[in-house]
Design a protein around this ligand. Sequence first.
Ligand SMILES: O=C(CO)COP(=O)(O)O
Length: 256
Amino acid sequence: MAGNWKMNLDHLQAAHLVQKLDWTLRDGRHDFGAVEVAVLPPFTDLRTVQTLIDGDKLKIRLGAQDLSVHDSGAYTGEVSGTFLAKLGCTYVVVGHSERRQYHQETDEVVRLKVQAAYKHGLTPILCVGEALEVRQAGEHVPHVVAQLDAALDGLAAEQATSVVVAYEPVWAIGTGEVATPEDAQEVCSAIRARLATLYDEELAAGVRVLYGGSVKAGNVAAIMNQEDVDGALVGGASTDPAEFASICRYRSHLTA
Ligand SMILES: O=C(CO)COP(=O)(O)O
């Protein structure tokens, strides 16, 4: 269960949220042994959140929302995967539709970012998903599969085995328009099938496939009940610690 804060919460608000989230998760009534919780704050919050996670031994993992394709050098405004790894990041989001849309990130840039993530020991959370027109044209599955193929092109199985793929239909992001559980299952199962073709069945079965797009405590159960949905990439609702804890808690019920 990963919370993508997007461009919300400064480092002081981040400290507050993470402490409250940890406190809410450790209510003593739920077993979180089988659920991994990650937060993906803005770059400027990473150090603060890392300090809290390390200092207070929080069970929350840390990730960033983007990284540079370059290692270092004259790239003003860019952030290297080396720096993120040093800050204790486990994950980095790659190819979010907001980066593709507002920063003209092409499939090739996304591929290079996946490579850069692995180079620096980070696990990419690779986002794929179709715009509304593509879905209306019935082309969503081939569109997502093509994004997956492009992003993983040339990636060895040893690396692909740990990739996290997040299916986020663009029309469901921040709109309140959540995909139906069947919509999510259709595309998440197509992602897994494609991974089996690109690599093998065992690798595909082990890859974590997330759904993202207007996930809330009230709709997470129906989505998570789908066979090929392993978790959620949560935007807006992850900036509310009680709501995000409820979303994470859903998974804990399954194992309790
Ligand atoms: O883009 C998302 C997560 O990366 C989803 O955002 P919302 O949950 O706000 O729709």
